[in-house]
Design a protein around this ligand. Structure first.
Ligand code: MLT
Length: 206
């Protein structure tokens, strides 16, 4: 299916061959769009439905999912507002396409909005794969993420996300009850083959 403006986010929806597989909510990085992660989604979850919105915030013309004040410094009020909008979109899309709660697969800025949505609107997501994510909220709410599976994939040479920051995010999600696996790969901020393999293994078990 091609891009549609129906519903509250411009998005793509690709139906899945297996309705028992949780759909994937694909969340692109800065400068990406709804087309970016479709091929990755198909590689890691061949039979799942794919729901891929385009971030509504523009930074120098580049779509993002929330505003930042500088690299790594987030406008947290906007993070909260945008996570709420994304949770509303997920509810609309579930209704429109007849879907169960999706597992988010987010890269970079997309992983950060996925982490914020998990913490602020746990009901919106069945779990998440967070690739190169960092802490999106300095004061996270007391969320109940009991049993939700979360895979965090960090890069040992990532110039944007420190090991300490990624570990803090893992701890926040773990403390909220999520079933967190955190792996640090010999990679930078970009996607690597190991991200694909580990994500596919994680999703095969869902
Ligand atoms: C990015 O470039 O998107 C940053 O690393 C993460 C963010 O700003 O959310």
């Amino acid at each position: 299916m091609t891009t549609t403006t129906r519903l509250s986010f411009i998005h793509r929806f690709e139906p899945g061959a297996d309705r028992d597989k949780p759909p994937l909510l694909l969340l692109h990085g800065t400068g990406g769009d709804e087309n970016d992660l479709i091929d990755l989604g198909r590689m890691v979850a061949p039979d799942a439905a794919l729901l891929s919105p385009r971030g509504k915030v523009l930074e120098g013309g580049m779509p993002r999912f929330f505003r930042r004040l500088a690299e790594g410094l987030f406008d947290e009020e906007d993070v909260r507002r945008r996570a709420s909008e994304l949770a509303d979109f997920v509810a609309e899309a579930r209704d429109a396409y007849g879907l169960p709660a999706p597992i988010a697969l987010g890269f970079s800025n997309g992983a950060n909005i996925a982490a914020a949505t998990l913490l602020l609107h746990p009901e919106a997501l069945a779990g998440a794969v967070l690739i190169r994510a960092m802490v999106p909220l300095s004061q996270p709410p007391a969320a109940d993420l009991a049993g939700k599976p979360v895979l965090i994939l960090s890069g040992a040479m990532d110039p944007m996300v420190s090991a300490d920051n990624a570990a803090r995010l893992a701890a926040q999600l773990h403390n909220a009850g999520a079933d967190v696996q955190h792996r640090t790969l010999p990679a930078g901020h970009g996607l690597s083959q190991a991200d694909v393999t580990l994500t596919r293994d994680f999703l095969t078990r869902r």
